[in-house]
Design a protein around this ligand. Sequence first.
Ligand code: PGA
Length: 250
Amino acid sequence: MIKPLVAGNWKMHGNTETASHLAAQLVAQWSDRPVAERSVEMVLFPPSVHLSLVKGAVAGSGIAVGAQNLSQHGSGAYTGEISGDMLVDQGCDYVLVGHSERRDLFGESSATVAEKFKAAQSSGLIPILCVGETLRQRQQEQTVAVVTAQIKAVIDCVGLHNVCRAVVAYEPVWAIGTGETASPEQAQQVHRAIRNQLGEVGLSTRLLYGGSVKASNAAELFGQPDINGGLVGGASLEAIEFFNIVKRAE
Ligand code: PGA
C-alpha cells in the first residue's frame, strides 16, 4: 500500500502574514490526530523566502515543507540561485523539479530538469518530478510519448532506481490553473503508462496528479488505482479547501 501524498504549491503568492496564517490554519486542522495514525502525507511548497517561516510554523505537526525550484549547481558564482544544500538547511524535505511553468516560462529543458533532479537527490531532497503534455500534444495523441520522454530524460541521467525513489507528478499543462481537469480515466491512463515505464522497481513509487485539483474532484481522481495523491496549486491557498483535498486522499 502506497501512502498518498498531497502537496500544496503556493507558487509566487502571499507575504509573511498570509504564509504564516495559512500554515497555522493547516496545523490547527491537522493536529486532531497523532502523526503516526495519519494515512496521508501533507507537504507545503511556499515561495523560497517564506520557507523557514513556514517550516517554523509547522514544526512538530508532521507537515513537511519543500521548495518550488533549486539550482542544478552545488555552490558558486550563480547570482540569484539557491542550492539543494541551502534548501536542506532551511528544513526542506522535498523540491519540485520540472514544473511546466519552469519548463515553459523559464526555458528549462529536459536535460536541465534531469540535472536539477540529480542535484536534489545529492543534497538528500526528494524531488517531485513534474511532467505533462500541452493541449496540442494531447490533440495530436502524443500524450504518453511526451510524458514518457520527459521521464526518460531523467532516467538516462540518474538511472531508473533513483527515479523510482522520487515522486512523479503528472500535470497536463492544459489543466494547470485553468479550472479544467483531466477526467479520472484520462489521468489514470497516463499514470498507468508511467507505472509501466517504471516497471517492477516503480511499483511503490508515488505518482501524483496535478491540474485544477479541488475538493470536489479529488476523491474521484485519488480513487484511481495508479494515482497516489495530488499536486495542488490554486486550491492550496485556501486552508479549508486544501485540507478537504488532503482528506479525500485518506
Ligand atoms: P493548479 O496548479 O492546481 O492551480 O491547476 C497545479 C500546479 O501547478 O501544480
